[in-house]
Design a protein around this ligand. Structure first.
Ligand SMILES: Nc1nc2c([nH]c(=O)n2[C@@H]2O[C@H](COP(=O)(O)OP(=O)(O)OP(=O)(O)O)[C@@H](O)[C@H]2O)c(=O)[nH]1
Ligand SMILES: [Mg+2]
Length: 127
């Protein structure tokens, strides 16, 4: 099963917004950049805007392509399309009951992310 996912690296005042995946979800109890599956005929950018509105209550005003990561979890193959989100309206929050946090880029190193995120977190830490 190959799933295409759009995820947002939401940045404000040098901090990045991360959310904790629910224990019941795939790759549960790990931190993520919010986002979700692209629906049929939806571009990754459209999926990103929809998911961030649903999960975090923000309206994306500006997103820029960052990187694509393909990863095989064994039970699931994902193609993650990451965007930076630097302009949005609304206050980012956990609208699906998920724990959320604004963290400095350096502090991302202290959080556990799914394996596919490693290259993204490393790129941010190096930036
Ligand atoms: N949103 C998100 N998903 C990620 C990240 N890294 C990563 O491997 N994934 C994987 O991408 C897949 C899709 O994510 P999702 O569960 O958020 O999808 P969704 O919002 O449509 O929710 P759903 O599970 O309720 O249908 C999951 O298998 C998840 O493990 C990440 O940083 N953000
Ligand atoms: Mg999601």
């Amino acid at each position: 099963m190959l799933v295409r996912v759009a995820a947002g690296i939401i940045i404000r005042e040098q901090k990045v917004f991360i959310a904790l995946r629910k224990a019941s979800q795939h790759q549960g109890d790990l931190w993520e950049f919010p986002g979700g599956k692209c629906e049929a005929e939806e571009s990754p950018e459209q999926a990103l805007a929809r998911e961030l509105q649903e999960e975090c209550g923000i309206v994306v005003k500006r997103s820029d392509y960052f990187n694509t990561v393909s990863h095989d979890y064994g039970d699931k193959q994902v193609e993650l399309v990451f965007f930076t989100v630097t302009e949005f309206s609304g206050e980012a929050r956990g609208d699906e009951g998920q724990q959320v946090r604004w963290v400095s880029v350096a502090d991302l190193a202290d959080y556990s992310f799914p394996e596919a995120n490693k290259v993204i977190v490393d790129a941010l830490l190096a930036s």
